[in-house]
Design a protein around this ligand. Sequence first.
Ligand SMILES: [Zn+2]
Length: 136
Amino acid sequence: MSRSIPLAVRRKVSLRANAQCEYCLVAERVSLYKFHIEHIKSLKHEGTNDLINLAYCCPDCNYYKGSDIGTFSDDGESLIRFYNPRKDRWDDHFELDNGTIHGKTDIGRATVKLFKFNDIDRLIFRQQLIDLGLYP
Ligand SMILES: [Zn+2]
């Protein structure tokens, strides 16, 4: 499977997401960096380049997710998949509180933890964007 995503597909993924990270909801227009086309199910785990497996993703979320598809529960007893923007609704799994993103479900909590949504730099950035009316 090729890692290269054709430009036309990149445009479709960006448009579908309104040029916003499908995980943390930051808009590309307020980022210093170009957003990535992310494989929800990584190629390493036999994911494909099909539109249904692609998400628009900020560099932070893509970096922390890497090729992972889930993580362990807090008690370490079970595997929990990450939030899937193609299958799940953001509001079902997360809620915002003054820039902090809280997980409402096991899937939401696993995603918040591994994607480091609330690292201090990311939190301060979101709070600044909220103050400017630019988030979410
Ligand atoms: Zn993000």
